[in-house]
Write a protein that binds this ligand. Structure first.
Ligand SMILES: Nc1ncnc2c1ncn2[C@@H]1O[C@H](COP(=O)(O)OP(=O)(O)OP(=O)(O)O)[C@@H](O)[C@H]1O
Ligand SMILES: N[C@@H](CCO)C(=O)O
Length: 305
């Protein structure tokens, strides 16, 4: 049987004020998707630690992306997708995006379609639309390109990171829920004050310039959001205190990872990682949340075996 297998990392979207624009791939978790040509239509199976992931191809991010891709290219063959989940779902770590990215990469290779990375983003984000109601591109762009990315319309651009000792501490509460991103998107305000818009422009520029120049203070300033994070705060009530703890341990900064509930803390060699992990866990437990804490580094882009 003709098959291809791809691997895609987890990601954190909405960095600072970069809602739907700025994201990063990390090596905390990865998904593996094998695509094989079959005579049996489009089939999806999911193996791994997940119980809440649909195998109906139209409701699975990988399945929907591949259906759209095959349709556009007029491919009549069936394809079976075997998804091995590594990225936990519903936690703001780009789980649906990683599956879609790996599936599109596998099918691209299987049929020698020669898709550019931007085209892979275009098809993978359709799978996000099937899951979250709107096809947001930021998680899939990070998983496909790797590193820090800015999604600028139909083009995704990698930021050239100048920060050798950058690492992440991920606080991952056990709070996964179905349709979380869909619900979180409903909280985003449709109209914003000009003063909030101006603040967010400053944060966004600070973050991009800080990452490109390796400027710790700019990154810290840039890891703030006046609009989306604020509007969604009721979904993650522990976050303001957790950020205080991160800054007291001299983290570079922190923000909500994607649509939450996970939090990403940016750290370097000046950061007291132990203090942040210990105090952060204490805080979460005192508020009734059990939490998994994981360290990670910047991850690479999707890889076809
Ligand atoms: N292949 C897939 N992998 C993971 N989740 C999937 C997949 N296909 C469909 N889903 C559904 O998508 C939802 C998870 O997506 P959601 O956007 O809420 O979380 P996430 O992708 O883990 O995080 P985020 O997008 O906030 O980074 C779940 O309800 C799950 O059933
Ligand atoms: N930009 C998306 C990311 C979801 O991980 C959102 O916040 O809805």
């Amino acid at each position: 049987m003709d098959c291809r297998k791809s691997f895609a990392f987890s990601s954190s979207a909405n960095l600072g004020s970069g809602f739907d624009i700025l994201s990063v791939a990390h090596d905390a978790f990865f998904d593996e998707v094998e695509a094989c040509i079959s005579s049996d239509g489009i089939r999806v199976s999911v193996v791994g630690n997940e119980v809440m992931i649909p195998e109906d191809p139209l409701r699975n991010s990988a399945g929907f992306s591949v259906i759209s891709l095959l349709k556009d290219y007029g491919i009549k063959d069936g394809v079976t997708l075997k998804i091995k989940k590594g990225v936990p779902a519903g936690l703001g770590l780009g789980s649906s995006g990683a599956s879609a990215a790996a599936a599109v990469a596998s099918v691209n290779s299987l049929f020698s379609l020669g898709l550019s990375k931007d085209s892979m983003v275009k098809y993978s984000m359709l799978g996000e639309g099937a899951v979250a109601g709107t096809p947001h591109p930021d998680n899939v762009a990070a998983s496909i390109f790797g590193g820090f990315v800015a999604v600028l319309g139909e083009r995704t651009v990698n930021l050239s990171l100048k920060y050798d000792d950058l690492k992440f501490i991920l606080f991952i509460p056990s709070l996964a829920s179905n349709d979380k991103t869909k619900k979180a998107r409903e909280l985003v305000p449709k109209i914003v004050e000009t003063s909030s818009y101006v603040k967010n422009m400053k944060y966004g520029l600070s973050l991009v310039l800080g990452l490109e120049r390796g400027d710790r203070d700019l990154i810290r300033h840039g890891l703030n959001d006046e609009i989306v994070e604020k509007a969604r705060l009721p979904m993650f009530p522990y976050y303001p205190k957790l950020k205080e703890i991160a800054l007291s341990g001299n983290a570079i900064g922190s923000c909500v990872s994607g649509a939450g509930p996970s939090i990403i803390v940016f750290a370097d060699n000046e950061t007291d990682v132990n203090l942040i992990e210990t105090e952060g866990e204490k805080l979460m437990e005192s508020m009734g949340y059990s939490v998994n804490i994981k360290q990670a580094k910047v991850g690479g882009g999707v890889r076809v075996e």
